[in-house]
Design a protein around this ligand. Structure first.
Ligand code: ATP
Length: 263
């Protein structure tokens, strides 16, 4: 039994079936990754766990338990209070508010002393957020906005952080910095469920991973085993199958030769 246990989860948005019988678990203290292309249902899975499907007119069947308790019936804010906090895809910082106010907004449910402690932790993880405290969030770079979105989530003192595509649209160096921070956040005791299209980065961070395709889990296992599997290497890590590449090379060569001799 995992600490977060999703079992037989199906989600629809009206007539659109977004998830079919998805089951996965996150052990306490782990980083678990969910890989998959556009529309695979990764964001939907996180919404179900954070109980925010209702904002998107989604409905779910199946069960989700966190720390031994079923979460159905919990409102989104009670889910946050229970320790499950989502960092949305595309950052979604409050662009016209200052960096400091964005962070404060993450701690609305927290006691004052807890918020002060959380702010110190966030500033230590992301010193740039202290330097830019009085600036409008909209002026930050993409990477800094990702840091702010993560910092805002950390202000709520999560036990499980749900991260939706943190590396999306970031230069490789910035993506690597974000990955380092995820590692550090995890080392400080926060578990992470990470959704990523960047499979290489996700498999490096996670101990276990699930691959999703059109709403279903098609593969799962320890991250190092998945990273070594042909299927994952070819489809998600961009590793070219050497035999196929050699065949394609020979075919091209033959076509060139034929072209040369064509009348
Ligand atoms: P992406 O990386 O592109 O966000 P994803 O794997 O996160 O992809 P989801 O966003 O969960 O996938 O989408 C899964 C399916 O559900 C897609 O077919 C999508 O079009 C559909 N979908 C998502 N949100 C809604 C919504 N609010 N209303 C209707 N359909 C939706």
């Amino acid at each position: 039994m995992g600490w977060l246990e999703v079992s037989g989860l199906s989600v629809g948005y009206g007539p659109v079936r977004a998830l079919r019988e998805v089951s996965l678990s996150v052990p306490a203290g782990a980083v678990v990754a969910v890989l998959g292309g556009n529309g695979a249902g990764k964001t939907t899975l996180l919404r179900a766990v954070s109980r925010t499907l209702g904002f998107h007119r989604g409905t779910a069947t199946g069960t989700i338990t966190f720390d031994g308790r079923p979460t159905d019936g919990l409102s989104p804010s009670r889910t946050v209070a229970a320790g499950v906090v989502q960092v949305p895809e595309g950052r979604q910082v409050f662009a016209r508010m200052t960096v400091a106010d964005n962070l404060r907004a993450g701690a609305l449910l927290a006691k004052r002393a807890d918020a002060a402690r959380a702010l110190a932790r966030v500033h230590e993880l992301f010193p740039v957020l202290a330097d830019r405290a009085r600036q409008r969030a909209g002026l930050l770079s993409g990477g800094e906005q990702q840091m702010l979105a993560m910092g805002r989530a950390l202000m709520a003192g999560p036990r499980l952080l749900l991260l939706d595509e943190p590396s999306l649209g970031l230069a490789p160096l910035m993506a690597a910095r974000i990955a380092d921070t995820v590692r550090e956040i995890n080392a400080q005791g926060t578990s992470v469920l990470l959704v990523e299209q960047n499979a290489a980065l996700a498999l490096e961070l996670a101990s276990r991973a699930y691959v999703m395709e059109v709403g279903e889990v098609t593969l799962s296992g320890p991250a190092d085993e998945l990273a070594a599997s042909d299927e994952v290497r070819r489809r998600y890590l961009g590793v070219v199958d050497e035999t196929a590449a050699a065949d394609a090379g020979r075919a091209q060569e033959a076509a060139r030769t034929l072209g040369r001799w064509a009348p």
